[in-house]
Design a protein around this ligand. Structure first.
Ligand code: PBG
Length: 339
């Protein structure tokens, strides 16, 4: 045995590097993993045919018309991505203060849901319940004369929107509006219409975040919103306990799954939520997070695939069962190639 000047320190009591020395022993002690099952792919939907527009602030993301989205859905199925989340780009001529195009059964979203479910019965389809793509002012609800977003009046429209989507056959409705009590009202309405299989993924802990900027470009609500913000309904970045109260409410009102949003800057919230509620928990790696990683990778400042996978694994380590991410397709391709 090697001798040390200090008889108490003849050798390190522990050598954690022993387990890190080989690829196989590193794999053997992995505590968390990432698979295509953990990915939800958000996509931007255009009206018309053969339409594809690049989203400048989200390199690699295109807004697509339904015909061009179908092959993307096929690739999701082939790669094992369980769910596609639809976000519509609404014709500005259809935007109104009350966002009533959101409840049109022949609108862009219900039409796409019907076609996607017909062609891909085993691919989960999820739709956003919120008014911002449909309102002329870009807020998620209707306003009073002072510009305050009215809670109960907005919720009544959201219930209709969720029913419209559910009747079109969507699997998951995802209220992203942050109105009080909307999960309960939506659940009640679904039950009354016997739509008992429609799942609700609640955007429960949604923060008023500047990381949503590129998304608002993508759906075209940025111009409508202008300099206004969403701080009277989305949460303050200073808070953590408040997120737990929001999650508790949404679970008690009938949510099947809860979500924390944004993702990477809020992994502490994900961990608390998972620990406290032990409920299906999702996180949204939002547009701004995606944009940051893409921009740095494009400049050669970060290794694209490495940071993509590391960032997604971080969500899993924090306790997320799944991640909504614009990287879903690329990550699933990467995972398949490595398998
Ligand atoms: C709309 C909605 C937003 C996002 C998802 N649904 C934007 C917002 O609240 O302003 C953001 C997603 C992203 O940034 O990727 N209610």
């Amino acid at each position: 045995m090697k001798q040390s000047a200090n008889p108490l320190l003849q050798f390190p009591a522990h050598r954690p590097r022993r387990m890190r020395r080989n690829d196989w022993s590193r794999r053997m002690m992995q505590e968390n993993s990432l698979s295509a099952n953990n990915l939800i792919y958000p996509v931007f939907l255009l009206d018309g045919k053969n339409q594809s527009e690049a989203v400048v602030s989200m390199p690699g993301v295109n807004r697509l018309s339904l015909d061009l989205l179908l092959p993307v859905a096929q690739e999701c199925v082939d790669l094992g991505i369980p769910v596609l989340a639809l976000f519509p780009v609404i014709d500005p001529a259809l935007k109104t203060p009350d966002g009533k195009e959101s409840i049109n059964p022949n609108g862009l979203v219900p039409k796409a849901v019907r076609e996607l479910k017909k062609q891909f019965p085993n691919l989960g389809i999820m739709t956003d319940v919120a008014l911002d793509p449909y309102t002329s002012h870009g807020q998620d609800g209707v306003l009073d004369s002072a510009g305050y977003i009215l809670n109960d009046e907005t919720t009544a429209i959201l219930v209709q929107q969720a029913l419209t989507q559910a009747e079109a056959g969507v699997d998951i409705v995802a209220p992203s509006d942050m109105m009080d009590g909307r999960i309960g009202k939506i659940r009640e309405a679904l039950e009354q219409k016997d739509l008992i299989h429609t799942m609700i993924m609640a955007y429960s802990a949604k923060y008023a975040s500047a990381f949503y900027g590129p998304f608002r470009d993508a759906v075209g609500s940025a111009k409508n919103l202008g300099k206004a913000d969403k701080k009277t309904y989305q949460m303050d970045a200073s808070n953590s306990d408040e997120a737990l109260r929001e999650i508790a409410l949404d679970i008690s009102e009938g949510a099947d799954m809860v979500m924390v949003k944004p993702g990477m800057p809020y992994l502490d919230i994900v961990r608390r939520v998972k620990d406290v509620f032990e409920y299906p928990t999702y996180a949204y790696q939002v547009s701004g997070e995606y944009a940051m990683l893409k921009a740095a990778a494009q400049n050669g400042w970060l290794d694209h695939d490495a940071v993509m996978i590391e960032s997604l694994l971080a969500f899993r380590r924090a306790g997320a069962d799944g991640v909504l991410t614009y990287f879903a397709l690329e990550a699933a391709r990467y995972l398949k190639a490595k398998a």
